[in-house]
Design a protein around this ligand. Structure first.
Ligand code: XIL
Length: 461
C-alpha cells in the first residue's frame, strides 16, 4: 500500500513532466505555419513581372504548401521532377506521371509552369548521349535521341507549359571576360567541352564524335538543335536559355552573342514558319548570388545586355545565401540586414527594367528547404516567418499602404532566423526556455507532493 502510493506520486510527476515536454514540441510544430495575412508577392509586383518559386509534385499535394504557393506565386518550376534524369530511364522509357500531377495542379490553379529543363550536362538521362562504357554516342545517335526525348516530353506537356528552359548551363562555370570586339563564334569557345569530370558536357562530346568540321559542323550545334526540336514539339511554349554566373562580363557576353547568332541562323531556316519570331526568346538569369560578393550593378548590366538581344529576361533561380561560395556565414542581425539590403537593391533594379523582365523566380520557399540552406538564402525562415528580406522587398513595392519592415526594437523575435545547420538559434529557444520554467515549477510541485506523501507515510508508521 505504502509503496503503491509512492509509485503513484512518482508516476504523476513523470507524467506531468513528459506532458509538458510533449506540449512544447507540439506547439513549436504548430508555430511553423505560413502566414497568409502577409501581402502577396505576386499581387504586389503584378504591374511589373510575375513571381515564381519551386515545387515538387509531392509538395503540391500538401494543402498548406499549396495554399501558400497560390497566395504568393503565379509561376512554378519543378525543383527536380522535370529534369531528364527523373523523366526518362532509357529509350522509350518515360515516367511522366508525377510531373503530370504538378503540372495539372498548377494549370487548375492558374499558375504558369516553367519546364525545367530539356538539355543539360547534369541530372541528365545517360542513354541520351552516352554508351554503357561511358564513351560518347555519335553525333547522329545523340541528335536522334535528343529529338525523341524532346518530342516525347515537350510534346506530352504541350498546352500546359508556359515556357521551357530548353538548354541549361551550356557554358563553362566561369567566363570572366570577353574580347573587346565581337568575334564571330567566340562564344562557342566558351562552352563546356567533353572533358572536365562533373563539369563536362556529354552532349558536347557526342556532337564532336563524327562531326564534319569541313562542312562547318561544331560540337556546340546541339544547342541550336535543342531549340529547334522544342519549337516544333510545342510551338506555344516560350523558349529560354538558362545559365548561372551570368553577371560575369564574359559569361554575359557569351550568352548574349550566342542568342544573337542562333536567332540569326533561325531567320533563314526552312523550318521557321513564323517570320519575326525569335528561336531563343528568353534568357534566364539563374541569380544564385552570395551576400559577400553580389554587386547589383552587375545584375543591371546583364539585364540591359540581354534585353539588347531582343529576348525577354527572367530571373529564374534567385537566392542570396549569407557568405560566399564555399564559405557560408552565420545568420545574425547584421548579416540578415545585409541580405535584406541586397534583396531590396535587386528589386529596385528589377522594377527599373520591368519592361524587359518577364518573371522573378525564387529558388526555394523557406530557408530550411533550400539547396543552400546553410546560407539561409531566402525570404522566409525555418519557421516560415517573413525575414527582413521579405519586408525590404515589400518596401520597394509601389503601393504605400503595404507594410514596410517592422521596427526591430519593437519586435525583435521577427528577426531571428533559422541557422539550425550551424547549431544556432532557430527561434524556438525562447519558447523552450519558458516551457522549461513551467516544467521546473511542476517538477517542484511534484517534489513537494512527493515529500508530503513520504512525511504522511512516515507519520503513519
Ligand atoms: C538543384 C536542386 O535545387 C537540388 O535539389 C538538386 O540536388 C540539384 O539541383 N541550377 C539549376 C537547378 O538549374 O536545376 C539546380 O537545382 C540548381 C542550379
Amino acid at each position: 500500500m505504502k509503496r503503491k502510493q509512492v509509485l503513484l506520486c512518482i508516476f504523476a510527476v513523470v507524467t506531468a513532466l513528459s506532458m509538458n515536454i510533449g506540449a512544447g514540441t507540439a506547439s513549436a510544430e504548430a508555430e511553423r505555419a505560413w502566414d497568409l495575412t502577409l501581402p502577396s508577392l505576386k499581387d504586389t509586383f503584378a504591374d511589373y513581372f510575375g513571381v515564381g518559386n519551386i515545387l515538387e509534385p509531392v509538395e503540391s499535394a500538401n494543402a498548406e504548401t499549396a495554399a501558400m504557393f497560390k497566395h504568393h506565386y503565379n509561376f512554378v518550376t519543378a525543383e527536380n521532377a522535370m529534369k531528364p534524369s527523373n523523366l526518362s530511364r532509357g529509350p522509350g522509357d518515360f515516367r511522366l506521371f508525377q510531373s503530370d500531377q504538378l503540372v495539372d495542379w498548377a494549370v487548375e490553379n492558374g499558375i504558369n509552369v516553367v519546364g525545367h529543363t530539356l538539355v543539360w550536362h547534369s541530372q541528365s538521362a545517360r542513354w541520351l548521349n552516352t554508351n554503357d562504357d561511358g564513351s560518347p554516342l555519335t553525333r547522329a545517335e545523340a541528335r536522334e535521341n535528343m529529338e525523341e526525348y524532346i518530342n516525347t516530353v515537350a510534346g506530352h506537356f504541350a498546352g500546359r507549359i508556359y515556357s521551357w528552359d530548353v538548354v541549361n548551363e551550356a557554358f563553362q562555370t566561369s567566363v570572366s571576360s570577353a574580347p573587346a570586339e565581337t568575334i564571330d563564334g567566340w562564344w562557342r569557345t566558351m562552352l563546356r567541352t567533353g572533358s572536365g569530370g562533373n563539369d563536362a558536357s556529354m552532349w558536347y562530346a557526342a556532337y564532336a564524335n563524327g562531326m564534319d568540321e569541313e562542312a562547318g559542323e561544331h560540337p556546340g550545334d546541339y544547342i541550336y538543335d535543342a531549340f529547334v526540336f522544342a519549337r516544333l514539339a510545342d510551338p506555344n511554349a516560350i523558349l529560354y536559355y538558362n545559365d548561372f554566373n551570368e553577371t560575369d562580363q564574359g559569361k554575359r557576353e557569351a550568352m548574349a552573342q550566342m542568342t544573337e547568332e542562333l536567332n540569326k541562323q533561325w531567320e533563314t531556316d526552312p523550318l521557321n514558319t513564323e517570320p519575326g519570331r525569335l528561336l531563343i526568346e528568353g534568357l534566364g538569369m539563374q541569380a544564385h548570388y552570395w551576400t559577400d560578393n553580389l554587386t547589383p550593378a552587375s545584375v543591371e548590366l546583364t539585364i540591359m545586355r540581354f534585353a539588347e538581344t531582343g529576348a525577354r529576361v527572367s530571373i529564374t533561380e534567385l537566392d542570396i545565401p549569407i557568405g560566399r561560395w564555399n564559405g557560408y556565414r552565420e545568420a545574425n542581425e547584421e548579416t540578415l540586414a545585409r541580405q535584406a539590403e541586397l534583396y531590396q537593391q535587386l528589386f529596385e533594379v528589377f522594377m527599373r527594367h520591368s519592361d524587359s523582365i518577364e518573371r522573378v523566380t525564387f529558388w526555394g520557399k523557406a530557408d530550411t528547404q533550400s539547396w543552400r540552406r546553410q546560407g539561409n538564402p531566402l525570404l522566409f525562415d525555418g519557421s516560415f516567418r517573413a525575414k527582413p528580406a521579405f519586408h525590404s522587398i515589400m518596401a520597394v513595392a509601389p503601393d504605400p499602404s503595404l507594410p514596410s519592415e517592422p521596427d526591430p526594437e519593437e519586435d525583435d523575435d521577427e528577426n531571428i532566423t533559422d541557422v539550425a545547420e550551424d547549431g544556432g538559434d532557430d527561434g524556438r529557444d525562447e519558447q523552450d526556455f519558458s516551457w522549461g520554467i513551467i516544467a521546473i515549477a511542476i517538477a517542484g510541485g511534484g517534489v513537494l507532493v512527493l515529500g508530503g506523501t513520504l512525511l504522511m507515510l512516515n507519520k503513519r508508521k
